[in-house]
Design a protein around this ligand. Structure first.
Ligand code: UN1
Length: 499
């Protein structure tokens, strides 16, 4: 029998108004994980009303108290790390150690935001006039709409939910249709931790109609979206028309630069981990290696060799290095890029085919793929593939390598391997991505620093952590208190004071 799950609206678990459901499957085995509501605008409207009604009380709940609930959630997530991690592997596919990392990232974010409850700094500055007080505080926005991806089904929602709650907003969350059961399990923990009804509402379903209804709803003040460029742009345009704040975290075309003087063994480990970890399905995944001439052939050969030895399989098995892709469409997309790469004249070194041997036939597997002799103008070198496909490009020196890194329409993460400290600092200065790594791959951000990117990767906001995440979910309010008891005119009566 299919396990059925429900929307969480105003503290109650309820089906979609239409009664429709959508099924979630294990991408490695095809196993049915469960069915969730296929919600539409009616469900979204109900959830927004619940969130709007809960807002007044929640925003007035002292931040340290809000933080205690977040702390309790983080504790529960930690206690259930193994169970959640296993479910994450089953529903999303990534190998278990990575799934546990995904869950851990939510614990980290919870702890970080819980601490923020007793900080949440505003600004306190001197006034230019006597007997006048000048300060600024952060106000919540109101009801915020969160639309999250399947590739980090616990971590990325935690980056949005915890800071949004901590700062006093109420939430309607529409998780990806590929990983809805995890969203249900995550929300159950908030309920158990004592979050009041209506503060966090969950509406599962497809982007259209559910996500679109959230974007359209007049009472939703802000949309935070992590996902594809195509949808992100549509939300940005619609958000602008409707006068909403939109925070976007979109794609990447991240590169690892390897200079002649690099520790090649170290670089190799970083490349394999960053390109094929999570089957390349991270916004931060490495999809380009930019290498200088002296070490080019050796590195390409060794990358291809290591990639060919990675073992595909069910992420729950300890023998698996690389799990499945999320669904059939994702496999088709990666394969189209293989065909494109071949037709563009790149050299396919390894992979380039679906994984169909034995048990793999039941899932959505693609072999780790490496292309060499990729040139910067090829689509293979420019477009996000979001799968286990790596392009090797050559650059004459660090300047050209940095130019190539910066010369794509994304700017999330970049890395350089070098043993020359001067070159490392040059790279830190000149790489124009939102995240830069020195002698480490392009994945592995931590919650205490901002996460996000330049160019097509986003629209200037930062989520994922660090103090700037608070900016995404708050409005600054500057407050002046004049206790002089008389009219004091700023910029005018100041003249009298300098005599
Ligand atoms: C993502 O791919 O959307 O740095 C998030 C990393 C992880 C987060 C990735 N900490 O790869």
């Amino acid at each position: 029998m299919t396990r059925e799950f429900f929307n969480y609206i105003d503290g109650k678990w309820i089906p979609a108004a239409s009664g429709e459901t959508l099924a979630s499957h294990n991408p490695a085995t095809g196993e049915l994980i469960g069915a969730v509501p296929a919600s539409d605008a009616r469900d979204v409207a109900r959830a927004v009303t619940a969130a709007a009604n809960a807002f007044e009380k929640w925003r007035k709940t002292p931040a340290p108290r809000r933080a205690e609930i977040i702390h309790a959630v983080a504790d529960l997530v930690r206690a259930r790390k193994q169970t959640l991690g296993e479910l994450l592997t089953r529903e999303m596919g990534k190998v278990l150690p990575e799934a546990l990392g995904d869950v851990q990232e939510a614990v980290d974010m919870g702890m970080y935001m819980a601490g923020e409850g007793r900080r949440l700094n505003g600004l306190l500055v001197p006034s230019e006039l006597p007997n006048k007080w000048a300060m600024a505080v952060r106000d919540p926005l109101g009801v915020v709409g969160l639309i999250t991806p399947w590739n980090f089904p616990i971590a990325v929602p935690s980056w949005k939910i915890f800071p949004a709650l901590l700062t006093g907003n109420t939430i309607v969350w529409k998780p990806a249709e590929d990983t809805p059961v995890l969203a249900v399990e995550f929300v159950k923990i908030f309920e158990e931790a004592g979050l009041p009804p209506g503060v966090l509402n969950l509406v599962t379903g497809y982007g259209v109609p559910a996500g679109a209804a959230l974007v359209e709803h007049p009472q939703v003040k802000m949309i935070s979206f992590t996902g594809s460029n195509e949808i992100g742009k549509q939300i940005a345009v619609r958000g602008a028309q409707l006068g909403k704040r939109v925070s976007l975290e979109l794609g990447g075309k991240n590169a690892i630069i390897v200079l002649d003087d690099a520790d090649l063994d170290l670089a190799l480990d970083g490349i394999i981990w960053s390109a094929f970890g999570t089957s390349g399905q991270r916004c931060t995944a490495t999809s380009r290696v930019i290498v200088t001439p002296e070490i080019h052939s050796e590195l390409a050969e060794r990358v291809a060799d290591r990639a060919s030895k990675l073992r595909l399989g069910n992420g729950l098995l300890p023998t698996t290095d690389v799990g499945p892709l999320i669904n059939r469409d994702a496999v088709d997309k990666v394969h189209q890029y293989t065909e494109l790469g071949v037709s563009e004249g790149a050299a396919l070194l390894v992979g380039g085919a679906r994984g169909v041997e034995g048990d793999l036939a039941q899932g959505h597997f693609y072999k780790p793929t490496v292309f060499d002799r990729v040139t910067p103008t090829m689509r293979l070198a420019q477009e996000e593939i979001f799968g286990p496909s790596l392009a090797i490009l050559r650059a004459h020196d660090i300047d050209e390598a940095i130019r190539l890194n910066n010369g794509v329409n994304f700017g999330l993460s970049a890395s350089i391997y070098t043993s020359n400290v001067n070159k490392a600092f040059e790279a830190m200065r000149d790489l124009t991505t939102g995240i830069v790594y020195i002698n480490a791959g392009t994945i592995g951000s931590e919650v205490q620093l901002p996460f996000g990117g330049t160019r097509g990767t986003g629209n200037g906001h930062r989520e994922g952590g660090g103090p700037p995440v608070l900016d995404a979910f708050t409005e600054w309010k500057s407050i002046y208190v004049d206790y002089s008891g008389k009219l004091q005119r700023a910029q005018i009566d100041t003249d009298a004071l300098v005599q």
